[in-house]
Design a protein around this ligand. Structure first.
Ligand code: COA
Length: 317
């Protein structure tokens, strides 16, 4: 595959740490020191599908394509107001596309999981132009009285268009079931016959365990894709990691003994936007002219499941 267009969209409302101080027993200092987050943009009156459609249109414009040129839309999403139809169908309705579409849920690893799916389709020749849209509203999964989780997240949508090409040099996706460390449970409609116990559990996270698992698994994934591609860690121009926490990013960077500028970050402004975080960063860097043809870029993500995913791409846009 090769990436021929990128796009993103953010909700309008900016929630700062100072605003959180007014509703929670927390402080700007604690949040900045433990997470690196200063503010996040969160959904108020927007619908997630509208943000997703805006990101998709921006990616299509960037690629110089119209919705009718796309053969497949893959949406990565954990939660939105519709259980069915899929977010992909909602987005197609808004942008005026009518190709096959479905959603995947690999939590924060969803973007790289979607890339691996797109690569397989492009290799097989089944589809030629694929739109990947990662749209997430994790702020609707957390308990807003739980200071340990609600300060971490932001909402956003990121999108890319891919077609056949040779950008992808190595990819690895993994899953290691660990629902005890990170989960969000909800009760479905009642029936007269349900006898099992069910619970509504807003996002539960064992922060320390998630932190350790994220660092260990990302290091293993990155080492694996570097070795598969035969690329030395110093040859990599950028390591674009899932933007969950500045300390996770720095722990991984320190392991690889790389300079700060090779690990771009925007978690300070947007918080953890789940699977949208890597396409957001790609779009931001591409539009700011930071990505050059031939740059070797590692992408690495981790999230609930526990899922992880990493790949090495060579930018050709
Ligand atoms: N403001 C102030 N204090 C807070 C707080 C907040 N927002 N959230 C938690 N605390 C308190 C805790 O109650 C605890 O207090 P105590 O010592 O009196 O019990 C103290 O801070 C330390 O809590 P702890 O959970 O041990 O902190 P931590 O250093 O592990 O940081 C996280 C918490 C969530 C920031 C950190 O574990 C983390 O980033 N984990 C990974 C999260 C992540 O990336 N998730 C998404 C993966 S896709």
């Amino acid at each position: 595959m090769k990436i021929i267009g990128t796009g993103r969209a953010h909700p309008a409302f900016t929630l700062t740490n100072a605003m959180l101080e007014e509703i929670l027993d927390t402080s700007n200092e604690w949040i900045v020191e433990r997470t690196g987050i200063s503010q996040r943009q969160i959904i108020t009156n927007e619908k997630l599908e509208e943000l997703a459609a805006e990101a998709a249109r921006n990616a299509l414009d960037d690629a110089g394509l119209s919705p009718s040129d796309i053969d497949l839309v893959i949406c990565s999403n954990v939660v939105n107001e519709y259980v069915t139809p899929s977010l992909g169908c909602l987005v197609e309705g808004l942008i005026g596309a009518s190709c096959p579409t479905y959603d995947i849920n690999a939590a924060c690893s969803g973007f790289v999981y979607a890339l691996s799916t797109a690569e397989a389709y492009l290799r097989s020749g089944m589809f030629e132009r694929i739109l990947i849209v990662c749209a997430e509203e994790p702020t609707r999964m957390v308990n807003w009285r739980d200071r340990a989780t609600c300060v971490l997240f932001g909402d956003a949508a990121g999108a890319i268009v891919v077609t056949a090409g040779d950008d992808l040099k190595a990819i690895r996706i993994t899953a290691n079931p660990k629902r005890e460390v990170l989960r969000y449970e909800r009760v479905l409609e009642p029936t007269p016959y349900i006898t099992k116990e069910e619970r509504d559990v807003p996002l539960f996270m064992n922060g320390r365990e998630v932190f350790k698992t994220a660092v260990t698994s990302s290091i293993a994934d990155v080492e694996s894709v570097l070795s598969e591609a035969g690329v030395n860690k110093d040859e990599v121009k950028y390591y674009i990691l899932h933007q969950a926490n500045i300390r996770i990013i720095d722990s991984i960077r320190e392991h690889f003994r790389q300079p700060v500028e090779k690990f771009p970050r925007n978690v300070d402004r947007f918080g953890n936007t789940s699977s949208a975080s890597i396409p957001l960063m790609l779009d931001q860097m591409s539009r700011e002219g930071q990505l050059r043809k031939g740059d070797k870029i590692v992408l690495s993500a981790f999230g609930a499941g526990f899922t992880t995913a990493a790949c090495l791409i060579e930018w050709s846009k």
